[in-house]
Design a protein around this ligand. Structure first.
Ligand code: ADP
Length: 193
């Protein structure tokens, strides 16, 4: 099974992805996590991405595309994967389409977590407080504002792209965590026949 989780920062993608990993034996591919690891390890990609990420802006499409291309070829992806945080632009969606076509892979479903924007700020502030010393460089009010702007301008069109392709399922991300999981499972069942 290969699926994409879409949703703004704080929508709960990471939480739900972890549950899908456990239930379906597939891997979670989070471009945010991969980029943070690259920053931590000071790789060439990390050095390039560090300041962009701290500002809440997007790393260039081709850079992210290459990271994903390398990753989906790994043996642990054979049973499938959940993309979390990618694609974030329509150009990335096109890159993914070409990449998967070349590898003979198909996408089963795209699930968008729909959340009230007013709730997001509070969720992320809570995450920043609870993570203490491990607080993310981009969980500051300014970077967060930027991340939401970028989401509206660049990532919201990705939902429309997949709606047009007949792959989009929306799930109410304001429900409690278990209910969201249940609805995601129902959306998957409806799509992966
Ligand atoms: P969020 O909680 O905002 O969804 P992520 O952990 O997915 O955060 O991503 C954090 C940052 O990493 C983004 O703000 C961006 O700078 C960078 N990033 C992650 N994925 C991508 C992507 N697909 N394209 C460009 N930049 C990305």
């Amino acid at each position: 099974m290969r699926l994409i989780l879409l949703g703004p920062p704080g929508a709960g993608k990471g939480t739900q992805a972890a549950r899908l990993v456990e239930r379906h034996g597939i891997v979670q591919l989070s471009t945010g996590d991969m980029l943070r690891a690259a920053v931590r390890d000071k790789t060439p990609v990390g050095l390039k991405a560090q300041d962009i990420m701290a500002r809440g802006e997007l790393v260039p499409d081709l850079v992210v595309g290459e990271i994903v291309a390398d990753r989906i070829e790994a043996a642990d992806c054979a049973r499938g994967f959940i993309l979390d945080g990618f694609p974030r632009t329509v150009a990335q969606a096109e890159i993914l389409k070409d990449l998967m076509a070349r590898k003979g892979l198909t996408l089963d479903v795209v699930i968008e977590l729909v959340v009230d924007e007013s709730a997001l700020l509070g969720r992320i502030e809570k995450r920043a407080r609870e993570s203490g010393a491990a607080v993310r460089a981009d969980d500051t009010p300014e970077a967060l504002k930027k991340r939401l702007e970028v989401y509206r301008a660049q990532t919201a069109p990705v939902s429309e792209y997949y709606r047009a392709a007949g792959l989009l399922q929306t799930v109410d991300g304001m429900l409690n965590v278990d209910e969201v999981t249940e609805r995601i499972e129902a959306a998957i069942k409806a799509s992966v026949a």
